[in-house]
Design a protein around this ligand. Structure first.
Ligand SMILES: [Mg+2]
Length: 483
């Protein structure tokens, strides 16, 4: 019996925002870094941080004592350059948690600071953290905000949090650091790369089901070749290499420009030595290229936008742009989702208790409000009157109030634990309180489907029909407070 009727484990599923029938997809393009190749974030980020810190030291910043704190930030947070804060917002842009510098703001302080402010990512005040370097950048920015508050950056001419951000940002200098980091990774891939032995089989399944596969990566040819060979060849059947999996390999693709503008394309004539020749006309299947643009991929495969699925980890450069300009179907890889799902699983019994207590609170509050209204009508002699005396109603109000206080005492620690699931400071990646997080909203807007790792295609098979769940609305759950 090879049929397992159980759906894959939640961590191995592909989640769906917009219905996607994988059978109607003719070609799948993959980003490489953090999509086909997963890096150990803490090692990568620690390197990025040290690199930026060295550059700040060279410029005279008093940062020698600072150290990278990998637990400080998480993806999807937003930097507030006006106030020097790192914030977490819900899907509407309301800010629910904040740090000033490295100090967490209390609930009240956060409310005071943002009573009239909504995050609008189109404004230059806000910086959404969705890049590879987000964690190290947020940590260094927050630490430097502390330095500015301690008046340790004034001599250098930094007077505002925005100035500080500019300084930190220029020290990060991604292009320079990437070059440096990538040569280290190629020299010692075991240190940096987290292998996924299931991924090559998942791609073989997709390929043998008739789909064309492509790599479209911003990494340069030599790096792509070295990393793909390192991470794939060992897990493929004897005699096969990663090159046989892909109909097209496009390195140095310059996403997001790859999706919006025509750029010249070169064929890799000698893959060993990286010799290039300019391409006139279209791309030929089976070859590797440098540069180019999305229309060439559509022409080479003879497919329209809706028949191509693009899989990447960058909300803007990968999924947002490929969807917006070419109407490709999109899949986002969010590895951190695994942590969220683990945390939710272990919190299940407490969540059930929390939901029960919240339903009880709603019921008690309703009773409390009704008695208050009855007392108000009795005192002002209008509307329907109850038989109870004012004193009796006052006694009932006191009783309900006491019950509510007692209930709140039981709810508070559970709610506090729930708000710190997955990440001790910021909580679940995809949620802000009970609502969706700003990150979840970005994912929803750009990605048709999302998953923790590309090898989840293995569990779902190349023939899966992914249906978006019926969207929930506040009135779905009816008067009982939900299931
Ligand atoms: Mg990537």
């Amino acid at each position: 019996m090879i049929v397992d009727p159980d759906l894959p484990h939640p961590k191995r599923r592909i989640y769906c925002n917009r219905t996607l029938n994988l059978r109607s997809i003719g070609a799948i393009g993959f980003d490489m870094d953090y999509t086909l190749i997963h890096y150990r974030t803490e090692v990568w980020e620690a390197h990025a941080y040290e690199h930026a810190k060295r550059r700040l030291l060279e410029r005279g910043w008093p940062v020698a004592h600072l150290e990278f704190d990998p637990t400080f930030a998480s993806l999807g947070l937003i930097l507030d350059l006006d106030l020097g804060n790192v914030v977490k917002a819900n899907r509407f842009g309301y800010i629910k948690k904040a740090c000033h510098g490295t100090e967490e703001l209390s609930f009240e302080a956060c409310r005071r600071a943002y009573a009239r402010e909504l995050v609008d990512l189109a404004e230059p005040r806000w910086r959404f953290m969705n890049t590879l370097f987000a964690l190290s950048e947020a940590c260094l920015f927050a630490q430097c905000v502390d330095l500015l508050d301690q008046r340790k950056l004034e001599e250098l001419g930094f007077l505002s949090y925005r100035d500080v951000y500019g300084g930190v940002r220029s020290a990060i200098d991604e292009a320079h650091m990437m070059g440096h980091l990538k040569s280290e990774i190629m020299a010692e891939p075991d240190r940096f790369v987290e292998l996924d032995p299931e991924l090559p089989l998942a791609l073989l399944d997709l390929r043998h089901s008739g789909k064309k596969l492509a790599i479209i990566t911003n990494s340069e040819w030599f790096y792509t070749r070295a990393m793909m060979s390192y991470a794939f060849d060992r897990f493929l059947p004897e005699g096969q290499t990663w090159r046989g999996l892909f109909d097209l390999v496009i390195a140095a693709a310059r996403k997001p420009v790859f999706f919006t503008m025509d750029s010249p394309v070169f064929r890799v004539v000698d893959e060993e030595r990286g010799l290039l020749e300019p391409v006139v006309g279209g791309l030929a299947l089976g070859e590797a290229y440098v540069g180019g643009h999305a229309t060439l991929v559509e022409e080479a495969f003879g497919l329209g936008g809706e028949e191509i699925l693009y899989v990447g980890d960058h909300i803007f450069a990968d999924v947002n742009q490929s969807k917006k300009t070419h109407r490709w179907r999109t899949a986002l890889v969010v590895r951190e989702l695994e942590q969220d799902l683990d945390a939710l699983e272990s919190f299940k019994p407490e969540q059930a208790e929390l939901s029960r207590l919240m339903a009880e609170k709603e019921r008690l509050e309703h009773c409390f409000s009704q008695v208050r209204l009855a007392l108000q009508r009795k005192r002002a002699s209008y509307g329907p009157q109850v038989e109870d005396s004012e004193e009796a109603l006052e006694a009932q109000i006191r009783d309900y109030r006491a019950q509510l206080v007692e209930l709140d005492g039981r709810i508070a620690p559970l709610a506090e634990r729930s708000s710190r699931l997955s990440h001790p400071r910021w909580g679940l990646l995809m949620r802000t309180g009970n609502d969706k997080s700003h990150l979840a909203r970005q994912v929803e807007k750009s990605a048709d489907v999302y998953m923790a790792r590309v090898s989840n295609f293995l569990m779902q098979t190349p023939f899966v029909y992914l249906r978006s769940p019926r969207g929930s609305l506040p009135h779905d759950h009816g008067p009982e407070g939900g299931a």
